[in-house]
Design a protein around this ligand. Structure first.
Ligand SMILES: NC(=O)C1=CN([C@@H]2O[C@H](COP(=O)(O)OP(=O)(O)OC[C@H]3O[C@@H](n4cnc5c(N)ncnc54)[C@H](OP(=O)(O)O)[C@@H]3O)[C@@H](O)[C@H]2O)C=CC1
Ligand SMILES: C[C@H]1O[C@H](OP(=O)(O)OP(=O)(O)OC[C@H]2O[C@@H](n3cnc4c(=O)[nH]c(N)nc43)[C@H](O)[C@@H]2O)[C@@H](O)[C@@H](O)C1=O
Length: 312
């Protein structure tokens, strides 16, 4: 990938897409093309074909998808499987057909079996039943991985697939129902503090464990792997460390400065008990995350208060 290479970032307004645009800018890549959802609905094959034929990007970072937290996945299975299968099928096929030189697909750590050995290695894929709260999205993601591998085998298409762990950072989705846990708790504790509430509710039992990677680290891993890796094998992207939801909630409560009690709502789903990634394949390729979790959470809270709190 050269400094003047033409690069398309699909989903450029989202948590990951906006971070990839920032990372490309920091690395000196200035020839970036984007399209909003309204300008190009990636579930529509003709729209994708026309867009790629018009712009002819050489490189594609695929950060567009129907994404949400545990409740959104569990309650909207049809949207999650249909939209993601449609988006992936269209963009992988049309990227190949239009002559894209290299394609980067984003899966997720949820593709691994609910009770996979921990930490989870790439070879654990398809070795056991999936987590029920997001199996629909996981199946779509696994289909995307397989499609990238099939287009490499049959057509020699240079498509690579990354499996990120749970992400957080600026420009996340802070909606209380559809969001992931980090933005959800930032907003919950912020609003509880503003109201002088005595307690704030956290979903589940607090016992599940999650690994959290700053989205700017993920974006830099995407640029690194686009430049340095070409292969059929998927690559886990994470920190290699996890924590309980209770520990996370206590850390975010401290950062926000909320002094009320945390109450666990066991009527809400816990999801998979643990999904810590083995990141030795990525480490061996020469990449390491750089950002500290507490500092990253504090930066994300600052972004929320400056950009999203007033709109909440
Ligand atoms: N967030 C996380 O913790 C993790 C995310 N990932 C993966 O990273 C990728 C990006 O996720 P994230 O940035 O969090 O998601 P976001 O929801 O923040 O961003 C997704 C982007 O895709 C766009 N989009 C959705 N549907 C369409 C469509 N039909 N046509 C065009 N654009 C569309 C959205 O635009 P609009 O909002 O306007 O619809 C949005 O800009 C996904 O593949 C996800 O699976 C993997 C692991 C963890
Ligand atoms: C990235 C990943 O993200 C999702 O999987 P998940 O990690 O289970 O998702 P989550 O971040 O929503 O929850 C993590 C844990 O946190 C607990 N939790 C507490 N309180 C809140 C809360 O208020 N909101 C949310 N969302 N979770 C809460 C929640 O009960 C659960 O135990 C899928 O999209 C999956 O497909 C995927 O790819």
């Amino acid at each position: 990938m050269h400094r003047d290479s033409k690069i398309y970032v699909a989903g450029h307004r989202g948590l990951v897409g906006s971070a990839i645009v920032r990372a490309l800018g920091r690395a000196g890549y200035g020839n970036i093309i984007t399209a909003t959802h309204a300008q190009c609905d990636l579930t529509e094959q003709a729209a994708v074909r026309d867009f790629l034929a018009l712009h002819k990007p050489e490189y594609v970072f695929m950060a567009a998808a129907r994404v949400g937290g545990i409740l959104a996945n569990d309650t909207r299975p049809a949207e999650f499987i249909r939209d993601n299968l449609a988006i992936e099928t269209n963009i992988i096929h049309e990227a190949w057909a239009s002559g894209v030189r290299k394609f980067l697909f984003l899966g997720s750590s949820c593709i691994y079996p609910r009770l996979a050995p921990q930490p989870m290695r790439e070879e654990h894929l398809l070795t056991g039943p999936l987590e029920s709260t997001n199996e629909w999205y996981a199946i779509a993601k696994i289909a995307g991985i397989k499609m990238c591998q099939a287009y490499r085998r049959q057509y020699g298409f240079d498509a690579i697939s990354l499996m990120p762990t749970n992400l957080y950072g600026p420009a996340d989705n802070f909606d209380p129902v559809s969001s992931h846990v980090v933005p959800a708790l930032i907003r919950k504790f912020h609003e509880a503090k503003a109201l002088g509430a005595k307690q704030a509710s956290v979903w589940g039992t607090g016992t599940p464990r999650r690994e959290f990677l700053h989205v700017d680290d993920l974006a830099e891993a995407c640029v690194f792997l686009m430049r340095n890796y070409s292969g059929e094998d998927i690559v886990n992207v994470g920190t290699g460390r996890d924590m309980s939801i209770r520990e996370l909630a206590e850390m975010i409560r401290d950062i926000v400065g909320f002094d009320g009690d945390i109450v666990f709502d066991a009527s809400r789903p816990d999801g998979t008990p643990q999904k810590l990634l083995d990141v030795s394949r990525l480490t061996a390729l020469g990449w390491h995350p750089a950002r500290d979790l507490r500092e990253g959470l504090a930066e994300t809270y600052a972004w929320f208060t400056a950009n999203a709190a007033s709109r909440a």
